[in-house]
Design a protein around this ligand. Sequence first.
Ligand code: PHE
Length: 348
Amino acid sequence: MSLKEQLENLRQTSLQEIQKVVDLDALNQIRVEVLGKKGPITEVLRGMRNLSNEERPKVGAFANEIKSDLAEAIETRKAELEAKKAAAQLAHETLDVTLPGQSIKKGTPHVLTQVIDDLEDLFVGMGYQVVAGYEVEDERHNFEMLNMPANHPARDMQDTFYITNDLLMRTHMSPNEARDLENHDFKNGPIKMISPGRVYRRDTDDATHSHQFYQMEGQVIDKNITMADLKGTLEYTIHHIFGEDRDLRFRPSYFPFTEPSVEVDISCFRCDGKGCNVCKQTGWIEVLGAGMTHPNVLKAGGVDADVYGGFAFGLGIDRFAMLKYGVDDIRNFYLNDVRFLNQFTQEG
Ligand code: PHE
């Protein structure tokens, strides 16, 4: 075989190999082998010294032509393989932005917490402070300081869970009135406080009773506070929670810690006062107890009852939530059934 034929053979086999190769590393390997100093072309060219002077440059030129052909073929193949690799990578990493996302379940405050938050916002806006207190109270704050000395019959109004002779689960939020009176210095301004929290009573649970529920106490003590202030405050609150259409009614009542005392009714939201089974045909629904703070309570808290006076009220958060949202069984608030709770998911 002449040198020229050998070179031509080499070109053909190398071109085939280049076409067949499928990865870039292997292609590089071929490049080194075919075009390198130890490669077959160099080898063939070594035989050139046996050629005549006339033929040598021709074969040399042919060899160079083959070299550059092969180099070009390798470059072309390299570009092809790189494009393929990039396409494969792109296909692999494709992100379909039109696929539906995974929805994230958002939590929401408990409906009772929502009512409390709403009331807190309202009263903080009127300059009230929010006071916490203790779920385990002593007799002094829960009863005595609220004008209910030992053996006072009014203690029976609130069936109490006792822990010791002196310690009990607070039966209402009014002990925080007593605590506030004790701690307050009127140099810092009047008392304007609310206190929402959990209270406990030895009641048998049914649709309208629970052995633990939520109340919010409110108290204002200053000079020259009148029942008109109480009425205005409660009207504003009731309208905020239940809407401007609700009428209010104050009924004389009795609490040991207020004098005079009232119970406050709102016109029935279901029948608008005409009478239905929600309001037991009366047209009115009782929503809270209130009154003008009893002088004995002021005195027990170390406040001069001749100078200062004010009002207090206590409302049932559960009852507010039941009336506002039409919930007919108080136990729903404590069963933590998400199907019930999800109805009160807040927007946004
Ligand atoms: N503490 C009373 C109750 O639990 C409610 C109340 C508070 C009444 C303040 C009058 C004044 O029933």
